[in-house]
Design a protein around this ligand. Structure first.
Ligand code: FES
Length: 582
């Protein structure tokens, strides 16, 4: 097909390769030049006239959770071409939990900015976002929500489980369990090294209901994946088929103009929050959902989320709240099995990337079958939602606890605070034989919030002091302004807001103070008078952390608190659209 500069000007709005032309002051020349360069890679005009579908390539030698990226991209491309589109894969930042210092969360917003800007800068009519490891899916959904194109999420999929001396193991709940056994001298250094070979049995994301699995389920609940997109393990044929289907679907989304704002509605966020509670999902899911919703001008209403939790049982029997792994969830029918049980509580009219509603998709999945991973609604693994929101003078802006992974005996507890000023102080003293601590005390860690560390690391899972661990203590109440890995467990209060580094009340807690935790009353209180706390603030005023240059400077100047998703303030949606859930 031949076109003249005059013909090109008539085409509005531009699509495919004609989108987002580089500025040379002459649009016709810009397109002419672009085509010349892409033809250097051997493309024909016929190929270049098709809808262009971008594919984010987040493969990296530093990211084994995305180790199946080449196979996924190949399958996505096949789906796109079968549906008449032109696939164009391109790299963005990839962030892995164990290979990002000081913490992957510090880089999530950077990845979201990379994703948003590359989606806008390069010509594409729709995009397939391929992510899996904890921060990648949130970053991609945040960036895509801001970019506003038709977008569809493809999850890399979970790893397989391994076997250690006939016991089934998988990252990362069992990593923590075995490390705790080693610290308590229950296993030898040799056995510790032996199990290290088995915890991650293949490429893919953590095999329990950690943050990666949580975000996979949330992506499907949001309507952002094809049906069944959350659960197939990384190395299975099912995962590859999902990838092909995702590619094909992206082409139709481009043709239909099914932009992300039509999918990520308040109704979709309500469904996602409902699912987060029902799967006993990672507490990080709240922070990420707050950030994604924030990009669209929506705020997460924490008290409303807590109310939602009171009538949402935990149905999914997966570690760390239960006993199974992600591959078992997949064999049990995946998200369709869960959503079927939750049906009366869901917004079934929410639109999905398929162009059909969640209710229509569920209908199409047909009836369920007998399985033991997703419990019936009236026989839950835990009667209320996995996550409870706490308030009190220690956390005026809220704090959360994953009650489904906590010790029931400790959820109503008053004790003496044993305070660590920061992560380094914790590392130096927690195992000191002279540390004044008993099993009834409450461990408090400051300065691991969004600005404090910085990046709000997953350091909220404070270790049990070694002398108590060796005496058989498995759990204690622990409080911090940090986060916890979704694979962690225990009576752990997280996301205390405002954080200590910006002068939240947590900053003024001292060893010996009394603290009361009552999950039943949703209370976290420091039993110290307001006058005494004001006096402490006067004597020891907080100096907020700063940086001289670079990304750290941007981070410290603009990062928001946990209730706003720890996003940068300038990336939030310009227009406020209210709160969710209703
Ligand atoms: Fe990537 Fe757990 S480390 S999902």
């Amino acid at each position: 097909m031949t076109t003249t500069p005059k013909d090109d000007k008539k085409t509005a709005p531009p699509t495919g390769m004609k989108k987002g032309l580089t500025s040379y002051g002459d649009a016709g020349f810009s397109l002419f030049l672009r085509k010349a360069f892409i033809k250097g890679a051997g493309y024909t005009d016929t190929a270049l006239d098709r809808p262009v579908i971008g594919i984010t390539n987040t493969g990296s030698a530093y990211n084994p959770c995305h180790g199946n990226m080449p196979q996924l991209i190949e399958a996505v491309k096949r789906g796109i071409m079968l549906a008449g589109g032109l696939p164009m894969d391109f790299p963005t930042i990839s962030v892995h939990e164990s290979f990002a210092a000081p913490t992957s969360m510090y880089l999530r917003n950077l990845m979201s900015m990379d994703t948003e800007e590359m989606l806008l800068a390069q010509p594409m009519d729709a995009v397939v976002l391929i992510g899996g490891c904890d921060k990648t899916v949130p970053a991609q959904l945040m960036g895509a929500a801001s970019a506003g194109l038709p977008a569809i999420q493809l999850i890399t999929g979970s790893m397989l489980t391994g076997s250690h001396r006939s016991e089934r193991v998988g990252a990362c709940t069992d990593c923590r369990r075995y490390w705790a056994k080693f610290r308590a001298e229950e296993i030898s250094a040799e056995e510790k090294d032996e199990v290290n070979n088995q915890l991650v049995a293949s490429v893919g994301t953590c095999s329990v209901m950690g943050t990666a699995s949580t975000m996979a389920c949330i992506a499907e609940a949001l309507g952002m994946t094809v049906p069944g997109g959350a659960s197939p393990p990384a190395v299975t044929a099912d995962r590859i088929r999902i990838a092909e289907e995702t590619g094909a679907r992206a082409v139709q989304m481009a043709i239909d103009g099914l932009t992300i704002d039509k999918v990520l509605t308040p109704a979709a966020f309500e469904n996602a929050l409902r699912v987060l509670l029902a799967i006993g999902g990672s507490t990080n899911g709240i922070v990420h959902l707050a950030a994604i919703a924030g990009r669209l001008g929506l705020d997460i209403d924490l008290p409303a989320l807590d109310r939602m939790g009171r009538d949402t049982p935990v149905l999914l029997d997966l570690k760390p709240s239960g006993q199974h792994y992600m591959e078992d969830f997949h064999h049990a029918g995946g998200m369709a099995t869960l959503l079927r049980e939750l049906k009366p509580l869901l917004n079934l009219d929410a639109m999905t990337v398929t162009g059909r509603t969640l209710g229509e998709e569920l209908e199409a999945q047909g009836p369920g079958f007998k399985q033991d991973v997703v419990r019936p609604f009236d026989k839950p693994i835990f009667p209320q939602g996995g996550i409870a929101v706490l308030y009190g003078n220690l956390a005026p802006g809220g704090a959360i606890i994953k009650q489904s992974a906590a010790d029931a005996k400790l959820m109503e507890h008053e004790g003496r605070a044993v305070v660590f000023e920061n992560a380094a102080d914790l590392a130096n003293r927690v195992d000191d034989p002279d540390l004044d601590v008993t099993a009834d005390d409450i461990l408090v860690l400051k300065n691991i919030g969004p600005k404090g560390a910085p990046g709000m690391p997953e350091a909220g899972y404070l270790p049990i002091p070694i002398k108590l661990a060796r005496a058989g203590v498995k759990d204690m109440v622990r409080i911090s302004d940090g986060r916890m890995s979704g694979t962690g467990y225990g009576t752990i209060v997280l996301h205390v807001t405002p954080e200590s580094a910006v002068g939240g009340p947590l900053a003024y807690v001292r060893s010996g103070d009394r603290i009361r935790l009552s999950v039943k009353n949703r209370e976290i209180s420091l039993l110290v008078s307001a006058e005494e706390l004001a006096q402490r603030a006067l004597v020891n005023p907080i100096v907020e952390p700063t940086a001289a240059r670079g990304y750290k400077k941007l981070f410290l100047q603009t990062v928001t608190q946990a209730d706003k998703g720890v996003d940068f303030d300038f990336l939030r949606g310009a227009q406020s659209k209210g709160k969710t859930p209703r």
